[in-house]
Design a protein around this ligand. Structure first.
Ligand SMILES: CC(=O)SCCNC(=O)CCNC(=O)[C@H](O)C(C)(C)COP(=O)(O)OP(=O)(O)OC[C@H]1O[C@@H](n2cnc3c(N)ncnc32)[C@H](O)[C@@H]1OP(=O)(O)O
Ligand SMILES: CC(C)C(=O)C(=O)O
Length: 564
């Protein structure tokens, strides 16, 4: 078996929704929805080893910490692990007063009763009832007519109502899901929901939650938005219902579908952190919340320390968060490629200089610092990288701000190293390449400063007197010039026959405070017209410039040797 040349023989296009004056495309999201995390239910039922009580408690605490106010804590009738965790949680007093726990049950009397039993002692809770309503499920799973399937829901709703009445100390909220809503006839979903509302008698003050699942995502996200808008516009007593979304990600658009359906008028979104859930997962709450954040909307969920959230989620689910997962993945703020690095580096530079409160760094839709991420990993260097990449790493790691022309000079050294090693270059690789290229702090270099003094004559001439190790042997040398650098240049010309002319010079402090050091950069021209760069680093800025001259002299010496 292989892919069909005519897939239409097996698969049909999803039909359009009969709505011509749809409103959602012109709306924008301006406020966060009510969020429900179903990590401990839909997420938990989709992992290899469902969470034990320890993991569930840890996940629950994380969700509370993030600010989730509605948490589906499990499926009490699934077994003792679930039941005991849920009843232990509600009786422990660990559920904050502003947090609602929710449990899910099939529409079967015994399971509904068990679900209510698990919530004994809760101050408030949501009981969530479901049954599938779409044709394939009606026919294949239940083997029932529409009327019989509606009856499953109505019977379950009656049991719910009666069980709730037996525990009047708890403030109950009822939730009903016409499971498989996204692949069901819309008018039938409406009919079943209306029938359930008829039993549970919601009011605007005490509404029912109608949760509209895209149990299996089967169409483009605009279709789901149409379905939700159609449902809302045709639901009698809309005021008595909270419209909730529950999307899956089979086509990779679970978040998009929830966003568009929110524009269609929904009030609430169910999902999981980092999109865990059945098959391809549920709507990712992190992505959806942070999508809102990047539009200037406070999502009411706090991901200020996203790495800690990931750590807990990975531990509990025993599933890794993908390195490219929106907002959280390890690589999502990292640029390896040259042109991206260049733009990001410039963007950060402009951001610092202009002090612009609006975030406008190219290629980064969000400031990683808002999520507790450092800027270190924003740029990483490999063989696809450019000058902006290693310049950024040297600046972050060593504090060096290389002049633009020196970046171009250093670039082939980095490229060579990346090609030779065939892997990413880390900060120490780049620092090593820099030290080797400019003879900074490396042993075995030809000229090495031992010590020096500077004096002036009455006419302002500077005199450099010092000791320079030449191939390991200290040598006393001196020279004159109208400045320190020119006096060192004349020294190396007199002592070693190396003629260098200064083309460019710059310097900067490396770190602030008592331990501050300085870096000096020097471009020189040799007598045969070649350009050479030198760099010196020292606690004393004048000494850094002397070292920069010797750094260039070492390169000139190597060139001269090579030419022989
Ligand atoms: C889309 C979703 O994610 S829905 C949530 C799904 N989650 C889970 O199922 C996790 C927890 N579930 C479980 O542990 C088990 O399913 C249990 C313990 C609750 C029930 O197990 P079982 O009694 O063996 O029933 P099982 O789940 O296999 O369902 C089979 C029967 O329930 C019926 N059924 C399935 N869903 C529903 C429903 N929502 N309402 C009413 N009946 C239902 C089926 O038609 C089938 O009936 P049949 O035996 O007459 O053919
Ligand atoms: C029970 C419902 C909400 C569900 O998980 C689904 O349909 O995906």
């Amino acid at each position: 078996m292989s892919m069909l040349s005519d897939p239409s023989a097996k698969y049909s296009a999803f039909p359009q929704v009969p709505i011509t004056d749809r409103q959602w495309p012109t709306r924008t999201i301006t406020a966060p929805p009510r969020w429900l995390s179903t990590d401990l239910r839909d997420g938990n039922q989709a992992i290899v080893d469902p969470m034990d009580a320890h993991k569930k408690n840890r996940f629950f605490d994380l969700l509370v910490e993030i600010g989730v106010k509605e948490i589906e804590v499990g499926f009490p009738s699934a077994g003792a692990t679930e039941f005991d965790f849920i009843s232990g949680l509600v009786q422990s007093g660990r559920v904050p007063d502003d947090v609602l726990v929710q449990v899910l049950t099939q529409s079967r009397e015994d399971l509904i009763r068990t679900s209510f039993a698990s919530l004994q002692g809760a101050k408030q809770a949501i009981v969530h009832l479901y049954n599938a309503v779409s044709p394939a499920w009606r026919e294949v799973v239940f083997g029932m007519t529409k009327d019989q399937v509606r009856e499953i829901a109505v019977t379950g709703a009656k049991v719910m109502r009666d069980e709730a009445a037996k525990q009047p100390g708890t403030k109950w909220t009822f939730q009903y899901s016409p499971e498989t809503f996204s692949t069901a006839e819309l008018d039938f979903s409406l009919e079943v929901c209306e029938a359930v509302m008829g039993v549970l008698a919601p009011t605007p003050e005490h509404p029912i939650i109608l949760n509209l699942p895209a149990t299996v995502e089967a169409a483009t996200p605009n279709i789901y938005a149409d379905q939700v808008e159609y449902f809302i516009r045709n639901l009698p007593d809309r005021d008595s219902a909270v419209i909730s979304l529950h999307t899956h990600n089979d086509r990779g658009t679970g978040v998009a579908a929830a966003e568009l359906a929110l524009m269609a008028g929904a009030d609430r979104v169910e999902g999981c952190l980092f999109g865990n859930g059945e098959r391809t997962g549920n709507c990712c709450l992190v992505t959806m919340a942070l999508n809102m954040y990047t539009q200037g909307i406070n999502p009411d969920l706090d991901f200020s320390n996203i790495d800690r959230v990931i750590e807990t989620v990975e531990y509990c689910n025993e599933l890794p968060v993908h390195q490219r997962h929106p907002y959280g993945g390890e690589l999502v703020y990292t640029a390896f490629s040259g042109s991206h690095q260049d733009a990001i580096k410039k963007g950060f530079g402009a951001h610092e200089v202009q002090n612009d409160p609006q975030w406008r760094v190219p290629y980064l839709p969000i400031d990683p610092a808002d999520l507790g991420r450092s800027y270190e990993a924003v740029i990483r260097v490999n063989s696809q990288s450019g000058k902006g990449g290693f310049a950024w790493v040297l600046e972050q790691d060593q504090g060096l701000k290389l002049p633009k022309k020196m970046q171009a000079d250093f670039s082939p050294h980095v490229q060579r190293m990346a090609d030779e090693l065939g892997r990413e270059l880390n900060a120490s690789d780049i620092w090593l390449a820099f030290q080797q290229a400019y003879h900074v702090q490396t042993s075995g270099k030809q000229f090495q400063l031992v010590d020096y003094e500077e004096s002036r004559t009455s006419d302002g001439t500077r005199i450099f007197t010092g000791r320079i190790e030449v191939g390991g042997t200290p040598q006393s040398v001196s020279g004159r010039g109208n400045g320190l650098i020119s006096s060192v240049l004349s020294t190396i010309e007199d002592a070693f026959g190396l003629q260098l002319e200064i083309v460019d010079y710059s310097e900067h402090a490396l770190t602030a405070g008592r331990d501050s050091r300085a870096a000096a950069y020097l471009e020189c021209r040799t007598n045969d017209g070649r350009s050479l760069w030198g760099c010196g680093i020292d606690e004393d800025i004048a000494t850094a410039s002397v070292r920069a001259v010797l750094s260039a002299a070492n390169s000139a010496h190597l060139l001269a040797q090579a030419a022989k």
